[in-house]
Design a protein around this ligand. Structure first.
Ligand SMILES: C[S@@+](CC[C@H](N)C(=O)[O-])C[C@H]1O[C@@H](n2cnc3c(N)ncnc32)[C@H](O)[C@@H]1O
Length: 232
């Protein structure tokens, strides 16, 4: 059993206040995208599972500003903050965090098998953005120039990795998370995910011999994380 993690079934904004100052090397997270208000509802099919168009009830009212003070307090001075985000929230991340980090960039995850759009009335949502912020003295484990692209290609999370019960609508593939963790941290460093869902960042962190702290507000997703991490 791996003892290098602590996870909590709490509201992260509350829990984070109890964390030690300068105790985290890397905040790597996947908070709500605020896409719920653009939903046109799920689409039902007889021959396949529903196309999940509305993501989830939790996907609303997230303001990166609410976490600014606590993120800065718990992060070490040379720590990094990477966060999945969406086209309509990346501007807010930039507005709030660019003035306080040395560098703000973005990274693209290209999904090779995005959800189809049968009406062909717009682009597929095949790219997901990760806003990346770092300070001087940060860790970059790059080898060659071609390892430094801010782009990664992989399928969305599929069987057998994809959990069936509970099914989380935005479970991230561990392969993608490991690629990023590997380049932005060293072994034994502390990774914090305040919106951990079913614990994918935790799995990737522990498999790479990093330490992990995770928080999830939903009890069902939290229990799924507990189960996954206990297997490592
Ligand atoms: C985009 S999902 C993360 C998915 C995760 N990356 C995975 O692979 O499973 C965001 C998660 O944040 C959780 N969440 C929303 N508000 C929260 C809060 N205030 N504190 C903790 N978790 C929260 C939601 O329940 C949801 O599971």
């Amino acid at each position: 059993m791996n003892n290098n993690y602590r996870i909590f079934n709490k509201d992260s904004l509350e829990y984070i206040k109890t964390m030690r100052t300068n105790s985290v090397d890397f905040i790597f997270t996947d908070p709500p995208y605020n896409l719920n208000k653009y939903s046109t509802g799920n689409i039902k099919f007889s021959h396949r599972s529903d196309i999940n168009n509305d993501i989830a009830d939790w996907d609303k009212d997230f303001d990166p500003l609410d976490y600014k003070e606590e993120f800065l307090r718990i992060l070490k001075p040379n720590g990094n903050l990477f966060t999945f985000t969406s086209y309509n929230t990346i501007g807010r991340w930039h507005e709030v965090y660019d003035p306080i980090f040395d560098t703000f960039q973005f990274f693209i995850w290209h999904k090779t098998n995005p959800t189809p759009k049968f009406m062909k009335a717009g682009f597929l949502n095949s790219c997901e953005m990760i806003a990346c912020m770092w300070n001087k003295g940060h860790t970059w484990n790059f080898g060659k120039q071609n390892e430094m692209h801010n782009f990664f290609e992989s399928p969305i999370c599929m069987k057998p990795e994809r959990l069936k019960d509970p099914k989380h609508p935005t479970q991230k593939p561990v392969k993608l998370l490991k690629h990023i963790i590997q380049m932005a941290t060293n072994e034994n460093e502390v990774i914090f995910d305040p919106f951990m869902g079913v614990g994918s960042t935790g799995v990737a962190s522990l498999e790479l011999n990093r330490k992990f702290i995770g928080i999830e507000i939903d009890e069902i997703y939290f229990k799924a994380s507990e189960k996954r991490l206990a297997l490592l």
